[in-house]
Design a binder for this molecule. Structure first.
Ligand code: PMP
Length: 422
């Protein structure tokens, strides 16, 4: 059995098992609504999660009480806003087990974090003939920024293939790691298939070749504990909105020694030490990378989301998610004409599938009529769809607040789609 399943399923359940999911759902106001006359079954969490009331309250409190710009003000509101914003940075550092808060850069999301590393870390180091290693599993956000800097420098993108089950081919990965590799950029978990990569092993192999590693944690942080020091990755990125926080805020973790070497990528207020027309000097990280007024409320809301998550029993929720994944997978697999994509041994709770003779978008529309929210499309992973030989899939992506009843609604909806669309 793989390590994650071992940790979740091979140990006896804690006293908190089973979790009181109905009570947890009360924390999420948006889940308690009807769509098309039916209870909403929100199964699109890989696109974005919902926010608990604690996050909504933190945003409301900030704007009602503390709203001010940060770092520069001498007045009381600015001091409070600055303390809350920098406190949020410390909360994120604890969440990732970073060595210090200065290793946390606030950005708009995973996309911006990867672009920051592409422009500030990779581009100055790349020469013609150098290589950046990604995989067939990547979201466009972890492909296109690298292509852009490759175009500008003459470097080349190399791609680690996957197996038919959707797992990275470790033999190919090892073969592709060479003296030309300048950076490895891999997803921690696949948004389209759910595959959970063996990131510790992948980083260790890159280390043997002295190659720095960026991990895209957008789909991992809501499901598995992340310890950047244990992983020993150089960069780790994620978006707040996929971990129950606000949109428009995300995180770049970078090892202090690397961030210190990196030049600014955007200029403006708050990222400088001194400015004159002759010469400008830059602030230390993380301020060096946070030009302009940041999403202050977003950072505070993200910290509230992470505090909320920390207050829950992570192990029993992981067990619950695993139960949902197994249940939903088995029920869908039993339907005639349903083909599951992504059958890796170790997965976050994402179920991707096609239905013979039914276009995924049409299935998504029928499901919506029944109150079931899923995603249908290429999931911003067109190279992966090409590898799998499909233009699109239907994707049900789960969070700890989902239930078997919602998966039953999904299965009924798919049955219905087959009836009316075939
Ligand atoms: N990477 C992965 C694996 C994702 O799933 C996503 C979002 N779907 C992103 C990156 C980009 O995240 P964002 O749009 O929040 O920047």
């Amino acid at each position: 059995m793989n390590p994650r399943c071992a940790s979740v399923l091979d140990t006896p359940p804690t006293a908190a098992w089973p979790p009181d999911v109905e009570r947890l759902r009360d924390d999420f106001p948006a889940l308690r609504q009807h769509v098309g006359g039916r209870p909403l079954a929100y199964l699109d969490n890989a696109a974005t999660t919902h926010r608990p009331a604690a996050v909504l309250a933190a945003l409301d409190r900030f704007y009602r009480r503390d709203n001010a710009n940060i770092h520069r003000g001498v007045h009381r509101l600015s001091v409070r806003a600055t303390e809350a914003y920098e406190g949020a940075r410390a909360t994120v550092a604890r969440f990732l087990n970073a060595a210090r808060p200065e290793e946390i850069v606030f950005v708009r999301g995973a996309t911006e974090a990867i672009n920051l590393v592409a422009y500030s870390f990779a581009r100055p180091r790349l020469r013609a003939g150098d290589e950046i290693l990604v995989s067939e599993l990547e979201h466009h956000a972890n492909i296109v920024p690298w292509q852009l800097v490759c175009e500008q420098t003459g470097a080349r993108l190399r791609v680690v293939p996957i197996t038919d089950a959707g797992e990275l081919r470790l033999d190919s990965y090892e073969r592709l790691l060479t003296e030309r590799t300048r950076l490895v950029a891999l997803t921690h978990a696949s948004n389209a298939l759910g595959t959970l990569n063996p990131v510790r092993q992948l980083v260790a192999l890159a280390r043997q070749h002295g190659v720095p590693v960026l991990l895209d944690g957008a789909q991992a942080v809501a499901h598995v504990p992340v310890d950047v020091r244990a992983l020993d990755c150089d960069f780790y990125v994620f978006s707040g909105h996929k971990v129950f926080g606000p949109t428009g805020i995300g995180v770049l973790y970078g090892k202090a020694a690397l961030l210190e070497e990196m030049p600014p990528w955007q200029g403006g207020g708050d990222m400088i030490r001194t400015v004159s027309f002759e010469r400008t000097t830059y602030a230390d990280p993380p301020q060096r990378f946070e030009a302009g007024t940041p999403h202050i409320a977003g950072a505070i809301g993200l910290a509230a989301a992470l505090d909320y998550l920390r207050s829950l029993d992570a192990e029993s929720l992981a067990r619950h998610e695993h139960d949902l994944l197994a249940y939903g997978t088995a029920r869908l697999a039993a339907l005639p004409g349903v083909r599951l994509l992504g059958t890796a041994a170790d997965k976050v709770p994402v179920i991707s599938f096609t239905i013979d003779g039914v276009h995924p978008h049409d299935a998504g529309t029928v499901l919506d009529q029944l109150g079931v929210a899923v995603r249908a499309g290429h999931h911003c992973a067109q190279p992966l769809m090409q590898r799998l030989g499909v233009p699109a899939t239907v994707r049900a992506s789960l969070a700890f607040y989902n239930t078997r009843t919602e998966l039953d609604a999904l299965v009924e909806g798919v049955r219905r789609a087959i009836e009316v669309l075939r």
